[in-house]
Design a protein around this ligand. Sequence first.
Ligand SMILES: Nc1ncnc2c1ncn2[C@@H]1O[C@H](COP(=O)(O)OP(=O)(O)OP(=O)(O)O)[C@@H](O)[C@H]1O
Ligand SMILES: [Mg+2]
Length: 582
Amino acid sequence: MKRWWKYIAPYKKYFILGPLCMIIEVIGEVIMPKAYSMIVANIDTGSKSIWYVMGVAALMVLTAVLMMLGGVGGAYFGAKASVNFASDLRLDVYKKVQTFSFANIDKFQTGSLITRLTNDVTQMQNFVNQLLRMFLRTPGMLIGALIMTITISPRLSTVLAIAIPILAVLLFVVMRVGFPRFGQMQSKVDALNNTVGENLTNMRVVKSFVREDYEEEKFDEANSALRDSAMRAMNVMILTQPIMMLVMNLTSLFVVWFGGNMVLKGMGLEYSDFSALITYINQILMSLMMVTMLFMSSSRAAASAKRINEVLAEEPDINDDGAAYKDLAVKNGEVEFKNVSFRYYKNSPDCVLEDINFKINAGETLGIIGGTGSGKTTLVSLIPRLYEADSGEILIDGVNVRDYSLYQLREGIGMVLQKNLLFSGTVKENLRWGDEDATLEDMKNAAESAQANNFIESFADGYDHEIERGGANVSGGQKQRLCIARALLKKPKILILDDSTSAVDTATEAKIRETFATSLKDSTKIIIAQRITSVMYADRILVLDDGKIAGLGTHDELMDKCEAYKEIYSLQIENKEAVSNG
Ligand SMILES: Nc1ncnc2c1ncn2[C@@H]1O[C@H](COP(=O)(O)OP(=O)(O)OP(=O)(O)O)[C@@H](O)[C@H]1O
Ligand SMILES: [Mg+2]
């Protein structure tokens, strides 16, 4: 409850006014039948003057108008409260997700985060709205009508003593069975969102592999699972409603039967009171029905609340709480790994990286090479703390990366991820991710270094050229060069390129390398590549094999001593020469 109070407090006014308005409506609902019976009683006996009847009628009109105002007010304040509640909640969940590390996101999965942000928040919004409209109104109506029934005929009220417990048991069953089913249903919505999200972001791949049928099947599967799960949840409601109605109708029947007899046999119940009584009994049953509905949507909202709470309660596993030097910036860019080990799944026996030890001096260029899945991307991800090392330490300029604030740490590192990505917006906007205040001049320099200036200027609108989401309208090599330029604009002390020139031809790649040597002379450069030609000119080369260092040294040293390196060399260079010579 403490968690949700934060979203209620700013709108307390609406949270109070809404139910208060509904109370006006309830008071009217309780007064109306009695007033009606007062008029009917007079028609029977004709004992009161016309002014009395007119007076009661005027009171009824006034009540009706007040009820309408109460109804409108209740609906308005209820909407105001619930919509604002949901909007603040959504924003907070979103902000929380922004603090998540890669590991946190891996845990929830993107699709599920989207459902939690949208669908689950909406479920809670609906519940809050319903709650505000009903939670005073329903008990108010129940109590009011009960009092009226008991004062009119205590004897007939005993029927309710049987009906109410039956309905209560029913409510309990609905809660017990409904809650887990709604939880399951939301997780099926997650699965569906995951499928749709993956399909839409990778549409081009789907099309090029003509995998639409397969994707449709996958969607169909997720969709059917959701359908079945929704049906299971609905079944609870489908059964509840008719059973409730049956109990209610039987109760009414009993009341009419016994009450009618009492009127006919003159057992102390007037006809006028009898007709009011039937209305009150109906009100009691109606309010019980509303309670059931409220319980039903509360079990649905509770399932959503639990899921939202999981996100809000998740501790970003990487934060700077423990940072010793919050204001320290990366100065030189010397990087050292000391006995570093890492695994993605903390309970798996095999390490993805095992006992990694090496040191790169500031300004040095380190090439990293190794088979796919050998842990290259993982290794560099640990430097800006995209993931956290399990054991050992990573030092930058002799300071543990955990002792920098995340902001300062990442400010000092320019990284081009293997899955490089551009955002929808102009070239300029994309480049400014690297430096918000970059001038056109700065951008041109960075683009020049990344060999991107030429093709950017070949666009009719140059640096204002619109890039589509994900960089879909530029070629793979162009995208890579734009991403490099973006990283260069950060003027990083440590530049990490993860397979970032794989789609660039070797001549252009060589030019990029040359400009690095001059324009990034003092920065440490870590360059991961599959092509040996991309790393063989580096000051030193680190060879990774299955998460372990298989060799570290210059090209000549490795050719001399490192079997794994020699093998890569012979596979890539000698075979190629053999092919071109033969
Ligand atoms: N987010 C992740 N969750 C779980 N396992 C992962 C994750 N990313 C990578 N792995 C696993 O960790 C191992 C190392 O992966 P990594 O991406 O570091 O390899 P790599 O050397 O960069 O390969 P490539 O040359 O193909 O890019 C692989 O076995 C991979 O399956
Ligand atoms: Mg990789």
